[in-house]
Write a new protein. Sequence first.
Length: 353
Amino acid sequence: MSFAGVRRGSLREVAADALATPLCARLGLTAPVVQAPVGSAATPELAAAVSNAGGLGMLALTWTEPARAREAILRTRELTAGAFGVNLVLAWEQHARLAVCLEAGATVVSTFWGDPAPYVDAISDAGALHVHTVGSAVEACRAVDVGVDVVVAQGWEAGGHVCGQVTTLALVPAVVDAVGPVPVIAAGGIGDGRGLAAVLALGAQAGWVGTRFLLADEAHVHDRYRQRIIGASEADTMYGTVFDVGWGAAPHRALHNATTRAWEAAGRPAAPRRPGEGETVAHSAEGGALVRYSDTVALPGMTGDVEALALYAGQSVGVAHRLQPAATIVRELTDDARRIMSPPDVGRPAAPR
């Protein structure tokens, strides 16, 4: 498998690092950190900044017009010589968009929420790495059996759309045991170096981080959304199918807001009997109406009650408290994880008794 344009550092140097994993060596990463494809919040600038810091940046291109998807990939390549990936949700047919992504030079393709089998050959033939997200060990085995290269084990703690109901702590070792030696990336609840160290100890080869990167300077996120994340605790998220206008009955995790509270107070009724069903709560930067229960996230330039929109966030929101450059986030995650996994007294003489 070839990875054109991917950095390849000295494997001897990588092997000496407490955080080194085979997946990092394969992609030329110096940090086992993957920036989750956080929908419209992901930008070429964010993905490139993560990749330049040694991690794996990601672009979310599921609903992007093919020509614009190509532009986003080329722009990211202008900004980084490192590996980065593209994410496609398979609830929608993606063959044409995938072809454009591969032709533009995508070296890592992440798929989610659907059957990866129809896309395996095209990704493999292009020499790209196929990463697929699952919510159970059974799904992981099925993905590997059809030819997926890397599995993302997504725990229930994750923000955004969540494909399973098993916690990260229980899911990751089960998936590692089921598909090894195929690399596993852990997702869900990872917001600091402690979380990264924990999933590496469980056998994952990298941590998939979303909520923390919503606070990156390079992320395309409305200021009110950022402030809600900063002020939230680990108990301030909800899991359900509230924000389903656009994606249907797909479970997700988001911050509680006026929309979720009104829905819960009404007894969690199904559409179209929910409070405020169909009313406009905000407008896009272009002036388009955004209705309550839409799956649209709060982006810069939106006006109105943007806090009533889907404020996707995982339970790791409890450790996400600062606006920072993406490179600083990668460095803090890895520095803290390295300290945890490399005790300071290793190699030192034992203290006298």
